[in-house]
Write a protein that binds this ligand. Sequence first.
Ligand SMILES: *Cc1c(COP(=O)(O)O)cnc(C)c1O
Length: 382
Amino acid sequence: MAVQLFAPTFEIEECLAEIRDCLEKGWTGLGYKTVEFEEAWKKYTGLNHAHFLNSATAGLNLALEVLHEELWRDEKIRGGGEVITTPLTFVSTNHAILRAGLKPVFADVDDTLCLSPDSVRSRITDRTRAVLFVGIGGNTGHYKEIVKICREHNLKLILDAAHMAGTRYIDGDMPGKEADVVTYSFQAVKNLPTADSGMICFKEAAYDAIVRKKTWLGINKDTYLRTNSQGTYKWRYDVECVGEKYHGNSIMASIALVQLRYLDRDNAYRRQLAGWYRKGFEKYQDRIKLAEISSDCESSCHLFQIIVENRDEMMLALNQQEIYPGVHYVDNTEYRMYAYADGTCPNARYISEHVISLPMHLRLTYEDVQKIIHTVIDFITQ
Ligand SMILES: *Cc1c(COP(=O)(O)O)cnc(C)c1O
């Protein structure tokens, strides 16, 4: 049977029971399960605030928009500020910077495939306003050093934690409290799968309040509150600002509530799979490089990435065995719209051309992983 890169797995009966609650109550929208899930997520992560969204892309857009409007509005007139970011990410990350009227300035990655602190330092100018860090594959990389750099230079820190649901430091703490805003993805192939949804977690209560208005067209009172308040005017609301239709709904939150109960168990199995891969490739370290995981990181293991010489040929060899890996990611400066920074991040470019994400999901067995390992080794030793 074919082995895919990702295959979402759900606790089906429990998900259906939560969804049934919504259908019976006649409440599938904003409020109810979305509030329950926000509370559950705050408890799980230890973050102060959490607002449930229809995607992490919405979260990134809002993170940059709110920070821009609240902190750097005046700079728009003077030609905008810069945000230091990584070229090795899904395009949502960098589009969000542009959409807010800011300029993505690309810093290079290091062996963790996350932003290199040295490269970030070298990109700081008097126009730099923030750093956007992506924890690739669930890895924290040199995040702690990036936190320090942001403090030293008075820069805001945005954490794109799309891959990091369940990532911990080995002391048990979750990365995120240090950031001004953290966004998570609960898209179908992420570690906490729904169909499409996400979370935005601002450190400051004031920004959390703003973002709650912005996710529902700038309306200052959500329907659920109105339905549950009393009096003739309970239908009334005010519109305070321009907003988007970005909030999450109770059907997605139903699935998320269930999958959150199993996130640590699921991530433990992902770490098991990663352990099998690592052991299988142990003797071939000269030809199969692994993304370096920080020693203090218990990764969510969203991805298992290897870096090899003939990536495209190896991909074909795997496909011939009905194994379908992926690539995370193409260096964003190769894309036409970010080509102004083409060639500024040589490590990212090298990785972009040599990296493969091997299948990583809960339906994989020990035998599947062995088959993948053998196919990779047969290819490099042929
Ligand atoms: C998946 C992903 C996103 C976007 O998440 P959606 O929920 O699909 O909008 C953003 N950044 C990274 C790094 C991702 O992997």
